[in-house]
Design a protein around this ligand. Structure first.
Ligand code: BES
Ligand code: ZN
Length: 450
């Protein structure tokens, strides 16, 4: 309040100097349209500066580093995801927010690992629908079953783990042929070079355990078959009763009563094997920094941060978050700024996309576009129709929502590290974190600030 008065006085003098209107001193607090517009523009710029001056590039980078390199992959339901949630919770408490941990159940999962006879770990993905092994795992010799045609099997395949190359047949057909030939499990290896192990879709209830592995692993194992040193141990188990969690931080205006609500969100989980530096330690770090900067500025609307888990298994965390809002809270919600993949250093990703579910602009995209023009955001902003992130959950309950994401303009290309073990801090740009922090932080503050 105090701040604002002081600011108006500064404004008055600058208007008297620069405006072509003659402003009567007595009229300045009942300004005409021209004066009001100028004041508005200036106060917005002042709000921007209060944010931009404080958003710390190093703090964001450090947090993105901690999440992606120190913690590493933060797969839904794992200890790493829970540890990340705890880290976020403690940080928000240290900023003085009211923090809530919202726990929810997630679907059962099938997980596993694969070891060679000499104890080397081979990266493996167990697809949904795989059968489990005994607790101690299944130790058996490998059988090179080519592409997995019925003719690729013979009496030697019985009792062995079939090693099958991806291609020509469906994954399900390969599994069926292996099972029919008496194989006790199947390992399918990729025919293209990808760093993450293959995740073959095999339908429901496969009769035997199935794992997907990389091209590199498959070729190495096939060599071992030829060398006849081919014993491997495959371990597959189903786990149930798993949970994930959202960390929610709130700040309300000093004046009690019902206020409009603005939601800022970012998912902190990652896909398996991916450190998720861009997707989405970047958005998490930027949202944490906005929370720090806005922790004590005067506000006239309620500010909520939703750090959501379980995004990568189908927006489960954000769906749960919106499901826990009352109809009254949804009615008071003015928007959602969702940040997902805002920090990639991939040189082609020169634009900031504002993805909306319907491709139309809304309060959030309009506010961001105005902010970008005022603060001269270096990157082009592109309004685009796309789901695939947590803004969908907000949109679906009627809240104006935008997913901020860096993309290569005019193409469907994604950064080459997307959902891979190469999604590391090395491919995160400090400048782009700062650009996102400035843009979203200033937009948020302009919507809720006082
Ligand atoms: N960060 C991505 C979303 C994304 C990627 C949006 C590229 C726009 C362009 C997100 O974490 C993700 O991977 N989403 C899934 C879908 C989701 C419903 C599981 C996807 O896009 O495959
Ligand atoms: Zn993702």
């Amino acid at each position: 309040m105090k701040m604002k008065k002081k600011f108006r006085i500064v404004m008055l003098s600058s208007l008297l100097v620069t405006s072509s209107f003659y402003v009567l001193p007595g009229r300045v607090f009942e300004p005409g349209i021209a004066v009001a517009t100028a004041e508005n523009r200036q106060s917005k710029a002042a709000f921007d500066q209060k944010v931009i001056a404080r958003i710390s590039t190093e703090k964001m980078y450090k947090d993105a580093y901690f999440l992606s390199e120190t913690i590493g992959p933060r797969v839904t339901g794992t200890e790493e995801e829970k540890y990340t949630a705890k880290f976020i919770k403690e940080r928000l408490l240290s900023y003085g927010y009211e923090v809530e941990v919202q726990e929810f159940g997630i679907p059962d999962k099938t997980i596993g690992h694969l070891r060679t006879a000499n104890g080397d770990e081979v990266l493996v993905t167990i697809p949904a629908g795989s059968a489990a092994t005994a607790d101690e795992g299944l130790a058996a010799r490998l059988y090179d079953a080519g592409l997995g045609y019925p003719t690729d099997f013979n009496t030697e395949s019985a009792g062995k783990i079939a090693l099958i190359l991806r291609g020509e047949l469906t994954f399900q057909q390969k599994v069926e042929n292996a099972y029919a030939a008496g194989a006790v499990a199947v390992l399918i290896y990729n025919n293209i070079d990808q760093a993450s192990p293959l995740n073959p879709s095999i339908g429901e209830n496969a009769p035997i355990p199935v794992g997907g592995i990389t091209k590199l692993s498959g070729e190495a194992l096939r060599e071992e078959v030829l060398l006849k040193t081919e014993t491997v141990t495959l371990n597959v188990k189903h786990i149930g009763n798993m949970t994930s969690q959202n960390i929610i931080a709130k700040r309300s205006p000093k004046k009690s009563g019902k206020h409009d609500i603005l939601h800022v969100s970012a998912h902190y989980d990652s896909v398996p094997f991916a450190p998720g530096a861009s997707d989405n330690a970047s958005g998490t770090a930027v949202a944490l920094e906005i929370a720090r900067v806005l922790k004590s500025y005067p506000i006239e609307k309620e500010l909520r941060f939703a750090f959501v888990g379980a995004e990568e298994i189908g927006l489960v965390g954000s769906r749960y978050y919106v499901s826990q809002l009352t109809a009254d809270e949804i009615g008071r919600s003015i928007g959602n700024f969702n940040m997902d993949m805002v920090g990639t250093s991939w040189e082609n990703a020169t634009a900031i996309y504002m993805n909306t579910v319907d491709g139309k602009s809304n309060l959030v995209s309009q506010t961001a576009a105005e902010t970008a023009a005022r603060i001269a955001t270096p990157s082009k902003l592109v309004l685009y129709q796309r789901g695939s992130s947590d803004h969908v959950s907000f949109h679906d309950v009627g809240i104006a929502a935008v997913n901020f994401i860096r993309r290569e303009p005019g193409t469907a290309n994604l950064e080459p590290y997307y959902h891979s073990p190469q999604d590391t801090i090395e491919h995160v740009s400090r400048e782009r974190l700062k650009e996102a922090g400035n843009l979203v932080g200033s937009s948020v503050y302009n919507l809720i600030g006082k």
